[in-house]
Design a protein around this ligand. Structure first.
Ligand code: PGA
Length: 251
């Protein structure tokens, strides 16, 4: 791992005010981990509480989604990047597979959201990944290439410089069945090559996170891959102890 690792939690639709405070207490007691960036992405309504509660720790805070629209306006129920930045978020997850599958987010919507995030001063973490059917059909690389190309083509160099990509094979998310370290490294190397074909500098600097059933027990082996620069952690990010153990595995 030659880039500074980033360990990002994705709480999804989990949590409560009490859970935020409990997590914060454990983090502040444990302190930061030198050489590792740490981030928690939480539901919108808890973000401001996270920012306050994590203020004494090394944890950054991010949203799990944002509106594609940049300007404020008549978009009932939407939350803009500017609003996330306003409450203290530094990052935002874009195009998680659950949003692509359950809420119809297309590659074009994902690219628009990346632009909206960076316009608001946020650092987007774009999720890409294939289904089991696509992997078994030998299409995994083509799926990733399509998802990544949509972002590369829609964003300028300054926007891309703010980007992190999370490779999350859909068959590994929430299933307990992580990709093997070899599978993760191979796919990360493929992603880096795909980016290199477009932008050599970016391909060397961009952080590629692995996501999908990352736990304290498998994190170190996954992070051993040269092109694996950290993790996007779902279930194991809900408890500070397991989240910290994963972050420690990145040192
Ligand atoms: P998981 O989720 O760690 O619970 O598999 C990862 C994700 O969906 O980001």
């Amino acid at each position: 791992m030659s880039r500074k690792p980033l360990i990002a939690g994705n709480w999804k639709m989990h949590g409560s005010l009490a859970a935020v405070d409990e997590f914060a207490a454990a983090m502040t007691a444990g302190g930061g981990i030198a050489g590792v960036d740490m981030l928690v992405c939480a539901p919108f309504v808890y973000l401001e509480r996270c920012v306050r509660a994590f203020a004494g720790s090394a944890l950054a805070v991010g949203g799990e989604n944002l509106a594609a629209a940049v300007d404020a306006g008549a978009y009932t129920g939407e939350i803009s990047g500017a609003m996330l930045a306003d409450v203290g978020c530094s990052h935002v997850i874009v195009g998680h597979s659950e949003r692509r599958a359950l809420y119809g987010e297309t590659d074009a919507v994902v690219a628009a959201k990346v632009n909206a995030a960076v316009a608001a001063g946020l650092r987007p973490i774009v999720c890409v990944g294939e289904t089991l059917e696509q992997r078994d059909g030998g299409e995994a690389e083509a799926v990733l290439a399509r998802q990544i190309r949509a972002v590369l083509e829609a964003c300028d160099a300054q926007t891309l410089a703010a980007l992190t990509i999370a490779y999350e094979p859909i068959w590994a998310i929430g299933t307990g069945r992580s990709a093997t370290p070899e599978q993760a490294q191979a796919m990360h190397a493929t992603i880096r090559q795909q980016i290199a074909a477009n932008n050599g500098t970016l391909s060397r600097s961009i952080r590629l996170l692995y996501g999908g059933s990352v736990k304290p027990g498998n994190a170190a082996a996954l992070f051993a891959g040269d092109d694996v620069d950290g993790a996007l952690v779902g279930g194991a990010s809900l408890k500070a102890a397991s989240f910290m153990d994963i972050a420690r595995a990145a040192t």
